[in-house]
Design a protein around this ligand. Structure first.
Ligand SMILES: C[S@@+](CC[C@H](N)C(=O)[O-])C[C@H]1O[C@@H](n2cnc3c(N)ncnc32)[C@H](O)[C@@H]1O
Length: 287
């Protein structure tokens, strides 16, 4: 059953001393004690699930990274301060850059589902699925979706190899995922997104602004991230292009973040031109 909140969570390390007075610590403890977390996680745990080797380590100074209750329940209170000037504005930076009206959406590394919920609100008719490695994060995501009365499917899966069929999504997204993994894993995720998308489908990646992070060492040190230096010296834009996406474009979102968007190209289609003639402006036109 529920244990007392462990020390050395992100909350204890960073927030309690600085923002403690802003956060309802009692509410967090109530939530922690409100359920049997292991039983709730069993609802998401896949049999014989294999975690990628880079994942089973400490993140943010938390033992076992995301594979624990405290990481999951303190994630949202911390993240609201990690995405200046306003968490929702930053997340909407991704949603607002979606061009099409997707009918099937996959949010990779969805965590506690904050972006996943925004996607469902923006496209209520769409089927929205969020996947994550951590069953603890998925429990929080599912609770949030239920409270918001939003029908979203959450599933434990590896974003590098999701198990969904080819060409089964119109939109694939990832928020704050790539800085948490080695660049090779991020490239694998982009290749998987390419496989999952229908032709003409979009991929959007919201994460730290690589040029800002590259120049600002203190930013990369604040949250004790094992892969952020490699992420900061790379280019999501280049990785996405290499994965085969077209129309690749990266835009800054509130200085410290960026959104990279790409489109899976339409397949080559041979066109038969029946005839050529000149129009009234004497231009060659095909008929
Ligand atoms: C910083 S959190 C971001 C969560 C959420 N997308 C958000 O915007 O708040 C990174 C998440 O990625 C998940 N993750 C890391 N590697 C993953 C992988 N290969 N497949 C699926 N999820 C992964 C972690 O468990 C964690 O929940």
């Amino acid at each position: 059953m529920a244990q007392p909140m462990a020390q050395e969570t992100l909350f204890e390390r960073f927030l309690a001393p600085v923002f403690g007075f802003l956060i309802d610590r009692e509410a967090l403890l109530r939530y922690r004690n409100s359920k049997d977390w292991e039983q709730a996680c069993d609802h998401f745990r896949q049999p014989n699930f294999v975690y990628p080797p880079y994942y089973s380590q400490n993140f943010h100074g938390i033992k076992n990274g995301y594979l624990g209750v405290d990481a999951a329940i303190t994630y949202d209170p911390v993240t609201q301060y990690a995405l200046p000037p306003n968490e929702t504005w930053v997340r909407k930076g991704l949603v607002e850059r979606i061009h099409a009206q997707p009918r099937r959406i996959l949010d990779l590394g969805c965590g506690t589902g904050s972006t996943t919920l925004l996607l469902k609100k923006a496209f209520p008719q769409a089927e929205v699925i969020g996947i994550d490695l951590s069953p603890y994060m998925l429990v929080v995501a599912a609770d949030k979706a239920m409270q918001a009365n939003l029908a979203i499917d959450f599933k434990q899966a590896n974003a590098e190899q999701t198990g969904f069929p080819d060409a089964s999504f119109d939109l694939v997204t990832a928020t704050l995922l790539f800085h948490e993994m080695p660049p090779l894993a991020a490239c694998n995720v982009l290749q998987e997104a390419f496989r999952l998308l229908k032709s003409g489908g979009e991929v959007l990646i919201l994460d730290g602004n690589q040029s800002t992070l590259h120049q600002t060492d203190w930013l990369t040190q604040i949250f004790d991230e094992p892969y952020i230096h490699d992420y900061a010296s790379g280019s999501v834009d280049a990785w996405m292009t290499t994965a085969g996406f077209g129309e690749v474009c990266t835009e800054e979102v509130w200085w410290v973040n960026q959104v990279t968007r790409g489109v899976k190209p339409l397949p080559y289609r041979k066109v038969e031109f029946a005839r050529f003639e000149t129009d009234e402006q004497q231009r060659w036109v095909a008929g």
